[in-house]
Design a protein around this ligand. Structure first.
Ligand SMILES: C[S@@+](CC[C@H](N)C(=O)[O-])C[C@H]1O[C@@H](n2cnc3c(N)ncnc32)[C@H](O)[C@@H]1O
Length: 263
């Protein structure tokens, strides 16, 4: 006759411990999922524009900052790093630009598309009794500049948040408006350049430094830039006259313009 099944001592111990083992196992599994995003996870390339339905809580927990300038890297912090990189600064030859602009010590300057302030800081130093209005559409660029002028580092720089169609410089006061590597970022440029004249003081000038058109070993790709002759055509149409073309940079055109027709 078959004996009724009775649990052995070992089986009874196992049955008692099973719920505890289950709790420990679940806890161990959970501990492999980070509860807060690590910096690496938050900055991973796929963190930007993660596909809809993504289940990664680490990515969704920290939104990536985006760039208001559609021509720049959407990751604005990386973009700012690139703008300030040593290699780029060397090719801009900022001291040479300042030298050719021959700023009066009390000059009023508008830096349109100032970015993190590479030029604005140099202008402020060259015109210590003047004012530099440093204007940009992207607040993070202005934050980067503000960090550099905190305290009394450059009391003559005024950061200005631009609109896409207006740098918001005070009207009729600029001795110089400078546009560094930004002209090709502007929209509806002929209308923009027509309006820009109103912020110049009598005798005021416009200086533009931008990458030469075509394929270059540095700078933005050809498709990102204007084709040869476009900038000149637009500025003439907007009523400006070129008064100088400096042969200073291998990869950039550096030109100075005044409003009105050449006499
Ligand atoms: C390539 S960066 C040049 C920054 C700086 N001038 C330099 O050369 O280091 C272009 C800058 O123009 C700004 N920008 C783009 N469109 C603009 C607009 N319509 N008005 C003012 N700033 C603009 C961008 O946010 C960016 O900081």
């Amino acid at each position: 006759m078959a004996q009724p099944h009775t649990a052995s001592a070992h089986q009874r111990v196992l049955m008692t411990l099973a719920p505890c083992l289950l709790v420990l196992l679940v806890g161990a599994c959970r501990s492999t999922v980070p509860q807060t995003p690590t910096p690496d996870a938050a900055q991973a390339p796929h963190a930007h524009g993660a596909p809809a339905g993504s289940t990664s809580t680490a990515i969704e927990a920290k939104p990536t900052r985006t760039n208001r300038d559609p021509h720049g890297n959407p990751d604005v912090e990386r973009y700012i790093d690139m703008l300030q990189s040593t290699g780029r600064l060397e090719t801009l030859q900022i001291p040479l630009v300042v030298e050719h602009l021959a700023l009066a010590p009390d000059a009023i300057i508008g830096d349109l598309g100032c970015g993190p302030g590479n030029f604005a800081l140099a202008f402020a130093k060259a015109a210590p009794r003047g004012v530099v209005y440093a204007s940009d559409v992207e607040p993070a660029q202005l934050d980067s500049l503000r960090a550099k002028i905190a305290g009394d580092a450059a009391p003559n720089i005024i950061p200005v948040l631009a609109s896409f169609d207006d740098p918001h410089f005070p009207p009729g006061r600029m001795d110089l408006v400078f546009i560094g590597d930004t002209y090709h970022h502007l929209q509806d440029r002929v209308a923009y350049m027509r309006r820009l004249e109103a912020c110049l003081a009598p005798g005021g000038k416009l200086a533009i430094l931008d990458y030469k058109p075509g394929d270059l070993p540095i700078g933005p790709p050809r498709a990102h830039k204007l084709e040869a002759g476009v900038m000149e055509r637009e500025l003439v149409e907007a009523g400006w006259t070129r008064v100088a073309k400096h042969d200073t940079h291998p990869w950039h055109d550096f030109e100075v313009w005044t409003p009105g027709e050449q006499r």
